[in-house]
Design a protein around this ligand. Structure first.
Ligand SMILES: C[S@@+](CC[C@H](N)C(=O)[O-])C[C@H]1O[C@@H](n2cnc3c(N)ncnc32)[C@H](O)[C@@H]1O
Length: 280
């Protein structure tokens, strides 16, 4: 076989595909309808996770349990409010969790305290700027969840994860979006939804990892979210606001579209997530 035939990663041109998806978006969502949207969204996210009794994290931890040992030291990149951190902390010796956002760290610390997790060290740093030499072979498991769209260079990120690990790496990523957010996108923007905010970057990661000769295990699970109408409206606005500005008029339209889907003021959705883990 010719050498270039083996270079599948470049043949399918995943870098251009990923870049064009990233380029379609505004850098941050344009949400002029509420000046406090960032604070409210972080609070909504933390509330959703803890009210759902960390279902996403529990199911992730159940899958990780297939290869974890109680003596393991874990590095988590981008813990947010502790979606996975809280349930996983019960299964391992320690977790070091690195997050860029002080706002999210505040919710993480609150959830760790409330759930009695005493083996988690929280570091407020940019993962991409952390020193690879210091991190090398330092952890039994290095993982990230719902993180892949946060970084410009996926290969650099996975390479950095592998450098920090002495045994396993794992990626967890929500798969697909609920139908309502897609329907609302079409009504608000007048464009047919073409997958603009699907979270499914796991397939880019899979191609890279396989190209490096790893044999990733892939599994998936479903989980439920419960939100008030206001919370669901803010969540949908944060996706749509990446493509068009969401002002007061547009947010009212979103509310009109969301309200009929709630029961007694509560919106419920079932989502899926992919878990990928491999030995280095
Ligand atoms: C979408 S949240 C995911 C939270 C959680 N892992 C989950 O699965 O629900 C992504 C988190 O990554 C953090 N983050 C983004 N870029 C980062 C970086 N370069 N270094 C560290 N943390 C980062 C954000 O602040 C945020 O808390």
């Amino acid at each position: 076989m010719k050498p270039e035939k083996r270079d599948l990663k470049y043949k399918i041109n995943w870098q251009d595909a990923r870049k064009s998806i990233l380029d379609e978006r505004f850098k941050g969502p344009k949400l002029s309808f509420d000046p406090k949207i960032k604070e409210k969204s972080a609070a909504d996210f933390s509330k959703k996770i803890s009210e759902g009794d960390f279902e996403y994290g529990r199911k992730t931890a159940e899958i990780f349990a297939g290869f974890l040992e109680p003596s393991y030291e874990v590095l988590e990149i981008g813990p947010g409010p502790g979606t996975v951190t809280v349930p996983l902390s019960k299964l391992v010796k320690s977790i070091t969790s690195i997050d860029l956002s002080l706002r999210n760290i505040e919710f993480l610390r609150k959830n760790l305290t409330e759930k009695g997790c005493t083996n988690v060290e929280v570091i407020n740093k940019n993962w991409l700027r952390m020193d690879d030499y210091e991190l090398e072979n330092s952890y039994d498991l290095v993982f990230c969840s719902h993180f892949l769209w946060m970084i410009p260079d996926l290969e650099e990120h996975i390479n950095k994860m592998e450098n920090a690990s002495r045994r396993y790496c794992a990626i967890v990523q929500p798969a697909g979006r609920d139908k309502l957010v897609k329907d609302v996108f079409t009504v608000i923007t007048g464009q047919e939804y073409g997958g603009e905010f699907e979270p499914d970057a796991d397939y880019f990661a899979y191609v890279i990892i396989r190209q490096w000769g790893r044999l990733p295990n892939v599994s998936h699970f479903s989980y439920s979210n419960t939100m008030t109408i206001d919370e669901k409206v803010r969540s949908i606005a944060s996706f749509i606001g990446r493509f068009v500005e969401v002002d007061k008029e547009r947010v009212e339209k979103i509310r009109e579209l969301v309200a009929p889907h709630a029961e007694d003021g509560i919106f419920r959705e079932t989502m899926n997530a992919v878990v990928m883990w491999w030995e280095i």
